[in-house]
Design a protein around this ligand. Structure first.
Ligand code: NDP
Ligand code: OXD
Length: 333
């Protein structure tokens, strides 16, 4: 299972390269050096490092990246393991043709990130059931008028994806009283997760959509999920539903989400991810009154917590065990 990755990481540690477009590259470097004290780690150009020469680039066997440029994968021909600084791996897999054969891809399997995501979703769902948007508008107009909340037990939630983040999210929603049903690719998790009813397949998804009031999207973006959140699917939701998408922008057709909002099919949408990020200033989602928009910040990666999770997974990989953040290249997540 671990293939070239486990061979590469046993024996003398090689050099590693770090690429992050975020403004805290120094924090990431310090966290990685603390978590992997035996490994020399350099910063790629653009993260504050100097451009490596071709010989130096070929020396890197391990990369830590978020949204790295293609040039990094073209130059680093000795890579055996590529680690995502986030939970998603799509930003690496889009360069898969450039990865040396047998390269292992790991993503951050960090419990703190799962908690952050669960809090983001719970906050969005509670804002909907507690009429926060309506009261904010009333406050601006100095209107004193009460509205009954939607009770949690009467607000069924459909959760697309029950992976590491989805599981924690389901737990927090259930603890708050929301009935949750999850849609997954296979039924293989069913036995291990009797606490959350699971469905899979297109017919079950169509049926689920008719029964929920809130749709939460926590899927990876793959060939099978891209563009899924589009008009045919949204039209199955009851009028006045809530869409929460912290999964990926490419999962939804933005024009369809806008038209579902305008028609009232969706009463509100909490969106954290977009087809183009940063979201262009002229995108109509910015100004839509029923949209709560955040800048891909639902589960921000914490440098210390993420690097500790990755270091633990690299040790598993070196020992021949399956890492928690193992990415199945065939499945695409
Ligand atoms: P996992 O890989 O752990 O889980 C993915 C889930 O999606 C699994 O339950 C899987 O089903 C399901 N799935 C995948 N493909 C399909 C399909 N074709 N049909 C139905 N279900 C499918 O992911 P995580 O929970 O860790 O994260 C989910 C996503 O959240 C990430 O991929 C990333 O895009 C996004 N994310 C966003 C962040 C943000 O700040 N906005 C932060 C971190 C992640 P099965 O159980 O059968 O395998
Ligand atoms: C992601 C992340 O995968 O921020 O989106 O970790």
């Amino acid at each position: 299972m671990t293939g070239g990755g486990s061979r590469a990481l046993s024996g003398t540690p090689g050099r590693s390269i770090l690429y992050t477009p975020w403004d805290n590259a120094a924090e990431w470097l310090a966290a990685l050096r603390a978590a992997l004290p035996d490994r020399p780690i350099d910063l790629w150009e653009g993260s504050g490092g100097a451009p490596p020469g071709p010989a130096q680039a070929a020396d890197y066997d391990l990369a830590f990246v978020w949204q790295a440029p293609e040039a990094l994968f073209e130059a680093c021909r000795g890579l055996r393991v590529v680690c995502s600084l986030g939970a998603g791996s799509d930003h690496i897999l889009r360069h898969r043709a450039k990865l040396p054969a047998g390269t292992a891809v790991l993503r951050a399997a960090d419990p703190l990130m799962a908690d952050r995501m669960a809090d983001y979703v719970l906050a969005a769902v509670l804002a909907f059931t507690q009429n926060h948007d309506l009261y904010r508008r009333q406050q601006a107009a100095r209107v004193w008028q009460r509205h009954a909340p939607r009770d949690a037990t009467a607000t069924p939630v459909g959760l697309l994806g029950l992976g590491r983040l989805g599981r924690r999210t389901a737990e927090k929603l259930q603890a708050a009283g929301f009935p949750v049903t999850a849609w997954v690719r296979s039924q293989r998790a069913a036995a291990a997760d009797s606490a959350v009813p699971l469905v899979s397949g297109e017919a079950a998804l169509a049926d689920l959509l008719g029964r929920v009031r809130v749709l939460v999207v926590l899927l990876p973006e793959t060939g099978a999920t891209r563009g899924l959140i589009a008009r045919p699917l949204l039209d199955r939701l009851p009028h006045g539903s809530l869409l929460v998408n912290p999964g990926r922008g490419g999962l939804m057709v933005e024009a369809d989400v806008l038209s579902a909002l305008d028609s009232g099919r969706l009463a509100a949408a909490a969106l954290d991810v977009f087809e183009t990020e940063p979201l262009p200033p002229d995108n109509p989602l910015w100004a839509h009154p029923a949209v709560t928009l955040t800048p891909h910040s639902a589960a921000i990666s914490d440098p210390v917590s993420v690097t500790q999770a990755l270091a633990a997974d690299l040790a598993r990989l070196a020992g021949g065990d399956r890492p928690d953040g193992w990415v199945d290249m065939a499945a695409g997540y």
